[in-house]
Design a protein around this ligand. Structure first.
Ligand code: GDP
Ligand code: MG
Length: 163
């Protein structure tokens, strides 16, 4: 059985871009429009000789109770239930948001590995970027760049270390 890596995070942090890099496809919808990916996308990836499944999710809106935001939250929760490891994607340029904190609160209760991927970190000082996101209480954050590829391999190797 391939381990399943699930990408979660608020809209526009770069989940779909990371999905595309991990699966080397253009399957996920990448756009400047936040929340465009409203469903889950599944793809196959490989790190070294280790295959894995990767799941891209839409937004994560714990505050909204109805409509599309509720649906996205539901999809994300379902995807998390299927996860062997969760990659929580945040935006290194924006910093921690209230929504990030809410997601972190949920993820801290999970009994599964959760890695914080600090995306859009190209050209930024990695030690500084990582330090900012320690506050989420999910361990050592991994600075990555989904568009450039920096740090992505290390992230996946760490996420799948137990599989
Ligand atoms: P999602 O809503 O979390 O799936 O985010 P997307 O993958 O659709 O990306 C949202 C925006 O962030 C797009 O304009 C991407 O091109 C941009 N983006 C994604 N990854 C990176 C990155 O590593 N660096 C920078 N600078 N921009 C990125
Ligand atoms: Mg997306």
């Amino acid at each position: 059985m391939k381990p399943t890596l699930v990408l979660v995070g608020r809209p526009n942090v770069g989940k779909s871009t990371l999905f595309n890099r991990l699966t080397k496809t253009r399957d996920a919808i990448v756009a400047d429009l936040p929340g465009l990916t409203r469903d889950r996308h599944y793809g196959h990836g490989k790190v070294g000789s280790k295959p894995y499944l990767v799941v891209d999710t839409g937004g994560f809106e714990p505050l909204a109770k109805d409509g599309i935001f509720h649906e996205m939250a539901r999809q994300t929760e379902q995807a998390i239930a299927e996860a062997d490891a969760v990659v929580f994607v945040v935006d290194g340029r924006v910093g921690i948001t209230a929504q990030d904190k809410e997601i972190a609160n949920k993820l801290r209760k999970l009994e599964r590995p959760v890695l914080v991927a600090v995306n859009k970190a190209e050209g930024m000082k990695h030690t500084v970027v990582a330090a900012d996101f320690y506050e989420l209480g999910l361990g050592e954050p991994f600075p990555v760049s989904a568009t450039h590829g920096d740090g992505v391999r290390d992230l996946v190797e760490m996420a799948l270390a137990d599989f």
